[in-house]
Design a protein around this ligand. Structure first.
Ligand SMILES: Cc1ncc(COP(=O)(O)O)c(C=O)c1O
Length: 390
């Protein structure tokens, strides 16, 4: 028998997720207030749950269209038109499963082993891990923390494009920073994609969780079907459906065949009764989105007060999404601190190390999700404040 390890080297070299490492420390602690994951504490609204239950009771338990049911794709097209003023052709709309699977599918479309993907960071770690898992190499283009805003250094980003660069990953609004690409930056990124022949993977899962208008500037405003731009969205955040594992992508029509093939081999389509719930979310859920944004805005105000009252902490106030990425003076080991915090203060936060861009600068940051019950959030921040002052 050969002693050769059948598992790919790349897979064996994937680093453990630092957020998971911290959350495991607090497993089973009922007094702990968890702010480490990217989700609200609200249950999915009843009208969405009812639509999924009805689909189950109607016998929707069979295989269905691998790119999404026609009803859901039409609902996505109509919702997109209502929110963005853009009506994508139905054969550009794909429901492959959760947004994370949409990202993987887009990467599978573009990346051969050894190719590079530029990731605008700091960024949620699952993205760079997905690049690695498909055989690619993530290269970080770091946003600069300028105290009151995050700044994209466009020249640096373009300089990072090399002969093996296949795609640029842009998460806007961003996790963990809350950075929102401006309309001009999005236009420039689309132009860059055309000029340099690289795809854009635009992750817009927080698009409607935006504080300066109805929705954030979007690649839908600039990318045409002729552009190699994948625009990804999700039901997870705006409709409180993280456990449903469902999202969608608007992709170039030219890639329809590839998307269809990948859908078949990845998961043969996503859960059919979840898709019925998703249709209800899109058709009847604008009121709930408004509630969610209000909840997030209130959470952001609470964090703003905490930052003002706490000497060691500063932040760039997020323009979108529902995270505070807090800079802590003197913090050099975010993972160790976050683990201690779980045990001593009973608060769960994500360590900056999880979002690292390879330059060590995220070690002095902590991320928390503020889409929470206001009283619990205040209690958590009081505990964090005591721990920082101890
Ligand atoms: C930037 C970003 N993309 C994608 C996702 C995941 O979305 P989904 O639950 O649809 O996989 C997250 C979740 O935190 C995220 O922050």
């Amino acid at each position: 028998m050969s002693a050769r390890d059948p598992i790919r080297e790349t897979i064996l070299s994937l680093r453990p997720n630092a957020i998971g490492e911290v959350s495991r420390t607090g497993l089973g602690d009922r007094d702990l207030i968890p702010l480490w994951f990217g989700e609200t504490d609200l249950v999915t609204p009843e009208f969405i749950r009812d639509a999924a239950k009805k689909a189950l009771d109607d016998g929707q338990t069979f295989y269905t269209f691998s790119g999404g049911t026609p009803a859901l794709r039409e609902a996505i097209r109509d919702w997109t038109e209502r929110w963005y003023g853009v009506k994508p052709d139905l054969d550009r709309v794909w429901v492959s499963g959760a947004a994370m699977l949409c990202v993987v599918t887009a990467l599978q479309c573009c990346v051969e082993t050894g190719d590079e993907v530029i990731v605008i960071g700091p960024m949620w770690p699952n993205i760079s891990q997905a690049c690695q898992a498909v055989g690619g190499k993530p290269i970080f283009a770091r946003l600069e923390d300028e105290g009151t805003a995050w700044r994209l250094d466009f020249a640096k980003l373009e300089a990072a494009i090399g002969p093996r660069t296949k795609a640029i990953f842009v998460g806007s609004p961003g996790n963990p920073t809350g950075w929102v690409a401006s309309d001009a930056e999005i236009a420039a990124l689309v132009a860059l994609s055309r000029r340099r022949g690289v795809a854009i993977i635009a992750d817009e899962v927080y698009s409607v969780m935006y504080y300066a208008g109805k929705r954030a500037p979007s690649f839908l405003d600039h990318a045409t079907d002729a552009d190699n731009v994948f625009i990804i969205n999700s039901f997870s955040k705006a409709w409180a459906m993280t456990g449903w594992r469902i999202g969608w992508v608007v992709a170039p029509k030219r890639l329809s065949y590839a998307m269809a093939q990948l859908a078949v081999s990845n998961n043969t389509g996503t859960t059919v009764f979840a898709q019925a719930g998703a249709v209800a979310a899109l058709r009847e859920g604008d009121g709930f989105i408004a509630e969610m944004v209000d909840r997030c805005r209130a959470g952001r105000d609470i964090v703003r007060d905490f930052v003002a009252a706490t000497n060691r902490v500063s932040w760039v106030e997020p323009a979108g999404a529902f995270y505070a990425y807090l800079h802590v003076d003197g913090l050099t080991d975010s993972l160790g601190f976050a683990k201690d915090l779980v045990k001593t203060a009973r608060v769960g936060v994500a360590p900056g190390a999880a979002f690292a861009c390879g330059d060590g600068r995220d070690e002095s940051y902590l991320r928390l999700c503020f889409a929470q019950n206001p009283e619990r959030l205040k209690t958590a921040l009081a505990r964090l404040s005591d721990a920082l002052n101890a």
